[in-house]
Write a protein of this length. Structure first.
Length: 222
Protein backbone atom coordinates (compact mmCIF):
# COMPACT_ATOMS: atom_id res chain seq x y z
CA UNK A 1 0.00 0.00 0.00
CA UNK A 2 3.04 2.25 -0.09
CA UNK A 3 2.61 5.58 1.65
CA UNK A 4 -1.20 5.54 1.59
CA UNK A 5 -2.51 5.14 5.16
CA UNK A 6 -4.36 1.85 5.50
CA UNK A 7 -7.44 3.45 7.08
CA UNK A 8 -8.97 6.73 5.95
CA UNK A 9 -12.11 8.72 6.61
CA UNK A 10 -14.67 8.71 3.81
CA UNK A 11 -16.45 12.06 3.49
CA UNK A 12 -19.30 10.62 1.41
CA UNK A 13 -22.77 11.51 2.74
CA UNK A 14 -21.19 13.60 5.53
CA UNK A 15 -23.42 16.67 5.78
CA UNK A 16 -21.67 20.04 5.43
CA UNK A 17 -22.91 21.10 8.86
CA UNK A 18 -21.17 18.20 10.61
CA UNK A 19 -18.23 17.08 8.52
CA UNK A 20 -15.84 19.81 9.71
CA UNK A 21 -16.06 18.56 13.28
CA UNK A 22 -15.83 14.95 12.08
CA UNK A 23 -12.54 15.73 10.35
CA UNK A 24 -11.18 17.37 13.51
CA UNK A 25 -12.15 14.34 15.59
CA UNK A 26 -10.60 12.02 13.01
CA UNK A 27 -7.25 13.82 13.01
CA UNK A 28 -7.15 13.74 16.80
CA UNK A 29 -7.95 10.01 16.67
CA UNK A 30 -5.00 9.36 14.36
CA UNK A 31 -6.50 9.49 10.85
CA UNK A 32 -4.14 10.84 8.22
CA UNK A 33 -6.08 9.80 5.11
CA UNK A 34 -9.19 11.66 3.90
CA UNK A 35 -11.25 10.60 0.90
CA UNK A 36 -13.12 13.49 -0.72
CA UNK A 37 -14.96 14.20 -3.97
CA UNK A 38 -16.52 17.11 -5.81
CA UNK A 39 -19.77 15.11 -6.00
CA UNK A 40 -19.97 14.92 -2.19
CA UNK A 41 -20.64 18.69 -2.08
CA UNK A 42 -18.74 19.18 1.17
CA UNK A 43 -15.10 19.78 0.21
CA UNK A 44 -15.22 23.33 1.60
CA UNK A 45 -16.16 22.03 5.04
CA UNK A 46 -13.70 19.12 4.88
CA UNK A 47 -10.93 21.59 4.10
CA UNK A 48 -11.99 23.81 6.99
CA UNK A 49 -11.49 20.93 9.41
CA UNK A 50 -8.10 20.03 7.94
CA UNK A 51 -6.84 23.62 7.99
CA UNK A 52 -8.06 24.10 11.57
CA UNK A 53 -5.99 21.17 12.81
CA UNK A 54 -2.95 22.29 10.79
CA UNK A 55 -3.20 25.80 12.23
CA UNK A 56 -3.62 24.31 15.69
CA UNK A 57 -0.36 22.43 15.22
CA UNK A 58 -1.92 19.01 15.65
CA UNK A 59 -0.76 17.88 12.22
CA UNK A 60 1.22 19.08 9.20
CA UNK A 61 -0.07 19.05 5.65
CA UNK A 62 2.74 16.71 4.63
CA UNK A 63 1.55 14.22 7.25
CA UNK A 64 -1.82 13.89 5.52
CA UNK A 65 -2.93 11.91 2.48
CA UNK A 66 -5.85 13.69 0.83
CA UNK A 67 -7.68 12.28 -2.19
CA UNK A 68 -10.42 13.78 -4.32
CA UNK A 69 -12.21 12.67 -7.47
CA UNK A 70 -12.98 13.91 -10.96
CA UNK A 71 -16.71 13.90 -11.63
CA UNK A 72 -18.17 12.26 -14.73
CA UNK A 73 -19.01 15.51 -16.54
CA UNK A 74 -15.35 16.56 -16.59
CA UNK A 75 -13.60 13.65 -18.32
CA UNK A 76 -12.79 15.76 -21.37
CA UNK A 77 -9.06 16.51 -21.27
CA UNK A 78 -9.59 20.27 -21.36
CA UNK A 79 -11.79 20.12 -18.25
CA UNK A 80 -9.67 17.96 -15.95
CA UNK A 81 -7.28 20.63 -14.70
CA UNK A 82 -10.13 23.06 -14.03
CA UNK A 83 -12.05 20.41 -12.09
CA UNK A 84 -9.01 19.55 -9.99
CA UNK A 85 -8.37 23.21 -9.23
CA UNK A 86 -12.02 23.62 -8.25
CA UNK A 87 -11.59 20.94 -5.58
CA UNK A 88 -8.34 22.50 -4.39
CA UNK A 89 -10.05 25.88 -4.15
CA UNK A 90 -12.90 24.42 -2.12
CA UNK A 91 -10.50 22.59 0.19
CA UNK A 92 -8.18 25.63 0.26
CA UNK A 93 -5.18 23.38 -0.13
CA UNK A 94 -2.17 23.65 -2.44
CA UNK A 95 -2.13 20.06 -3.62
CA UNK A 96 -3.83 16.67 -3.49
CA UNK A 97 -2.00 13.43 -2.83
CA UNK A 98 -4.30 11.49 -5.16
CA UNK A 99 -6.82 12.56 -7.81
CA UNK A 100 -9.06 9.75 -9.02
CA UNK A 101 -11.69 9.34 -11.74
CA UNK A 102 -14.88 8.96 -9.72
CA UNK A 103 -16.48 6.62 -12.29
CA UNK A 104 -15.06 5.60 -15.69
CA UNK A 105 -18.29 6.57 -17.47
CA UNK A 106 -18.05 10.10 -18.85
CA UNK A 107 -21.19 12.24 -19.19
CA UNK A 108 -21.86 15.09 -21.61
CA UNK A 109 -23.94 17.74 -19.86
CA UNK A 110 -26.49 19.10 -20.40
CA UNK A 111 -27.80 15.91 -22.02
CA UNK A 112 -31.21 15.44 -20.34
CA UNK A 113 -30.77 11.68 -19.90
CA UNK A 114 -27.54 12.08 -17.95
CA UNK A 115 -28.85 15.00 -15.92
CA UNK A 116 -31.72 12.77 -14.84
CA UNK A 117 -29.28 9.94 -14.15
CA UNK A 118 -27.21 12.16 -11.87
CA UNK A 119 -30.34 13.29 -10.05
CA UNK A 120 -31.49 9.71 -9.64
CA UNK A 121 -28.07 8.65 -8.41
CA UNK A 122 -27.99 11.40 -5.81
CA UNK A 123 -31.45 10.41 -4.60
CA UNK A 124 -30.76 6.69 -4.59
CA UNK A 125 -27.48 6.97 -2.73
CA UNK A 126 -29.06 9.16 -0.05
CA UNK A 127 -32.30 7.20 0.34
CA UNK A 128 -32.47 5.26 3.61
CA UNK A 129 -34.08 2.31 1.86
CA UNK A 130 -30.87 1.37 0.06
CA UNK A 131 -28.36 1.54 2.89
CA UNK A 132 -26.21 -1.54 3.21
CA UNK A 133 -27.69 -3.09 6.35
CA UNK A 134 -25.75 -5.76 8.24
CA UNK A 135 -27.26 -9.22 7.85
CA UNK A 136 -26.84 -12.40 9.82
CA UNK A 137 -26.25 -15.86 8.33
CA UNK A 138 -30.00 -16.16 7.61
CA UNK A 139 -30.07 -12.87 5.66
CA UNK A 140 -32.00 -11.22 8.47
CA UNK A 141 -31.16 -7.62 9.38
CA UNK A 142 -29.17 -7.53 12.61
CA UNK A 143 -31.03 -5.48 15.29
CA UNK A 144 -29.94 -1.89 15.70
CA UNK A 145 -29.11 -2.29 19.38
CA UNK A 146 -26.49 -4.96 18.66
CA UNK A 147 -22.95 -4.14 19.80
CA UNK A 148 -21.11 -3.75 16.48
CA UNK A 149 -17.73 -2.85 17.95
CA UNK A 150 -16.18 -6.24 17.31
CA UNK A 151 -18.00 -6.70 13.98
CA UNK A 152 -16.83 -3.50 12.32
CA UNK A 153 -13.32 -3.63 13.71
CA UNK A 154 -12.92 -7.21 12.53
CA UNK A 155 -14.16 -6.38 9.02
CA UNK A 156 -11.80 -3.42 8.77
CA UNK A 157 -8.92 -5.53 10.04
CA UNK A 158 -9.87 -8.28 7.57
CA UNK A 159 -9.44 -5.90 4.64
CA UNK A 160 -6.19 -4.47 5.97
CA UNK A 161 -4.71 -7.96 6.16
CA UNK A 162 -5.71 -8.43 2.51
CA UNK A 163 -3.75 -5.25 1.66
CA UNK A 164 -6.96 -3.37 0.91
CA UNK A 165 -7.13 0.28 1.96
CA UNK A 166 -10.30 0.87 3.99
CA UNK A 167 -12.17 4.18 4.11
CA UNK A 168 -15.11 3.83 6.52
CA UNK A 169 -17.35 6.87 6.80
CA UNK A 170 -18.96 8.33 9.90
CA UNK A 171 -19.65 11.68 11.52
CA UNK A 172 -20.21 10.12 14.95
CA UNK A 173 -17.12 10.73 17.12
CA UNK A 174 -17.27 7.37 18.88
CA UNK A 175 -17.55 5.48 15.59
CA UNK A 176 -14.74 7.49 14.01
CA UNK A 177 -12.47 6.54 16.89
CA UNK A 178 -13.51 2.87 16.94
CA UNK A 179 -12.93 2.44 13.22
CA UNK A 180 -9.22 3.17 13.49
CA UNK A 181 -8.59 1.01 16.56
CA UNK A 182 -7.56 -1.93 14.39
CA UNK A 183 -3.78 -1.99 14.66
CA UNK A 184 -3.40 -3.68 18.04
CA UNK A 185 -4.60 -7.13 16.97
CA UNK A 186 -4.42 -9.55 14.03
CA UNK A 187 -6.84 -12.10 12.65
CA UNK A 188 -5.61 -15.67 12.41
CA UNK A 189 -5.61 -17.48 9.08
CA UNK A 190 -8.57 -19.47 10.40
CA UNK A 191 -10.44 -16.21 11.01
CA UNK A 192 -9.58 -14.96 7.53
CA UNK A 193 -10.74 -18.20 5.92
CA UNK A 194 -14.02 -18.11 7.83
CA UNK A 195 -14.78 -14.59 6.65
CA UNK A 196 -13.81 -15.42 3.06
CA UNK A 197 -16.19 -18.38 3.17
CA UNK A 198 -19.06 -15.89 3.46
CA UNK A 199 -18.34 -14.56 -0.04
CA UNK A 200 -21.62 -14.07 -1.94
CA UNK A 201 -20.02 -13.24 -5.27
CA UNK A 202 -21.70 -9.88 -5.68
CA UNK A 203 -20.76 -6.28 -6.27
CA UNK A 204 -22.01 -3.20 -4.47
CA UNK A 205 -22.36 0.33 -5.85
CA UNK A 206 -22.46 -0.67 -9.51
CA UNK A 207 -24.24 2.50 -10.76
CA UNK A 208 -26.78 0.42 -12.74
CA UNK A 209 -28.47 3.38 -14.44
CA UNK A 210 -25.31 3.71 -16.56
CA UNK A 211 -25.09 0.04 -17.55
CA UNK A 212 -25.46 0.82 -21.27
CA UNK A 213 -22.56 3.28 -21.30
CA UNK A 214 -19.67 2.17 -23.51
CA UNK A 215 -17.22 2.47 -20.61
CA UNK A 216 -19.36 0.72 -18.00
CA UNK A 217 -16.89 -1.66 -16.28
CA UNK A 218 -19.13 -3.94 -14.26
CA UNK A 219 -20.14 -6.35 -17.02
CA UNK A 220 -16.72 -7.97 -16.59
CA UNK A 221 -16.72 -11.19 -14.59
CA UNK A 222 -15.06 -11.15 -11.19
Amino acid sequence: MGDIPAVGLSCWKASPGKVTEAVKVAIDAGYRHFNCAYFYHNEKEVGAGIRYKIKEGAVRREDLFIASKLWCTCHKKSLVKTACRRSLKALKLNYLDLYLIHWPMGFKPPHPEWIMSCSELSFCLSHPGVHDLPLDESDMVIPGDTDFLDTWEILIRFQIQRNVIVIPGSITPSHIKENIQVFDFELTQHDMDNILSLDRNLRLATFPITKNHKDYPFHIEY
